[in-house]
Design a protein around this ligand. Structure first.
Ligand code: CP
Length: 328
């Protein structure tokens, strides 16, 4: 795997999921694979799970991991080509990225969208400029439109939950992605990414439910059933993935913020004892009720713990590709 920006960088999702689950069984089995290799993790935005799970995964592969909180500690970066840099930006990515490319073997980057400029956000301007100028493989730690390490984790978590369950010998699990209220406009990344991974995985009956006007980009959802009635969508679900996102068409807005869309025990009763997922961080009693998050159906902590195995499987594939390229 030369880079990891979206599901299209993965040749075989099922094999990658199996690889991640094998690392979960034996975390140190490739502890020398990353010997004398270094990953730089650049955060233009905050993180807990992505930062720490990537660091743990790199260490378990024997790789050095250096974290740089660019957003808080670095120079303000300019991304526009031919910019006249007389404003607040101090350094152009065209100058910074090649330097980073000399320090590291792999560059990992988190860059959130502005939610102001749909064209820039959906062209993935920030991460693409790093890919263009760094000269080394790039790994997404969440970009403007996608969060592939989260989505790989989500597929791993669903696969792990259905393994050995006789109910799924004769049918696919019903997976429902449900919009939830929030206090501020959030990116569409997690929902876009979850949709494209579940569609590409092909092992679920996939339903998306949200209020009207919250339609996601069809490029990611194509193949899923869209239902505007949440109660109807939740019926007989095996997995419910809860996530807020702001509007895509009239970009970055909050139209409806109906608290009635919060996932509660009452709503969960419509499902087949569905496992409840959320990428975290979560706004308790806004997106999901305390009862659901603290209840026996919630698998959010296991889901977050699986971030390590997703990162380790991806780093392992990227290290192997690097070694092949260098003739090692
Ligand atoms: N789910 C997720 O990406 O968490 P962090 O923002 O804490 O990394």
């Amino acid at each position: 795997m030369k880079q990891f920006i979206s599901v299209s960088d993965v040749k075989n999702i099922k094999a990658l999921v199996e690889k991640a689950l094998a690392y979960k069984q034996d975390p140190w089995k490739d502890q020398f694979l990353g010997h004398q290799k270094r990953i730089g993790c650049l955060f233009l935005n905050p993180s807990m799970r992505t930062r720490l799970s990537t660091q743990v995964a790199a260490q378990q592969l024997g790789m050095e991991c250096i974290i740089f909180n660019v957003g808080a500690e670095g120079w303000a970066l300019e991304f526009e080509d031919e910019a006249i840099m007389s404003g607040n930006t101090v350094e152009h990515v065209k100058d910074a990225a090649p330097v980073l490319g000399k320090y590291f073997d792999i560059l990992a980057i988190r860059t959130f969208p502005s939610l102001q400029n749909k064209t820039d956000d959906y062209s993935e301007l920030y991460i693409n400029q790093f890919i263009r100028y760094a000269g080394i493989p790039v790994l997404s730690l969440e970009s403007s439109t996608l969060h592939p390490l989260q989505s790989l984790t989500d597929v791993i978590t669903i696969q792990e939950s259905i393994n050995g369950n006789a109910a799924f010998a004769s049918r696919k699990p019903k997976v429902v992605l449900t919009w939830a209220p929030h206090v501020k406009p959030l990116p569409q990344c997690v929902a876009n990414s979850f949709s494209e991974w579940i569609n590409a995985w092909g092992e679920a009956d996939f339903v998306i439910t949200h209020p009207e006007d919250y339609e996601l980009d069809e490029k990611f959802t194509h193949g899923a059933t869209i239902v505007y009635n949440q109660d109807e969508a939740l019926k007989d679900a095996d997995f419910v993935y809860v996530k807020n996102w702001s509007t895509y068409k009239d970009y970055g807005k909050i139209y409806c913020n109906d608290p009635g869309w919060m996932l509660t025990e009452e709503k969960l009763a419509r499902t087949r004892q569905a496992k409840v997922m959320h990428c975290l961080p979560v706004r308790r009693n806004v997106e999901l009720s305390d009862e659901v998050l603290d209840g026996q159906n919630s698998i959010v902590t296991r889901e977050a713990s699986n971030r390590v195995w997703a990162a380790q499987a991806v780093l392992s594939e990227m290290l192997t590709a690097l070694k092949e390229k260098n003739g090692a």
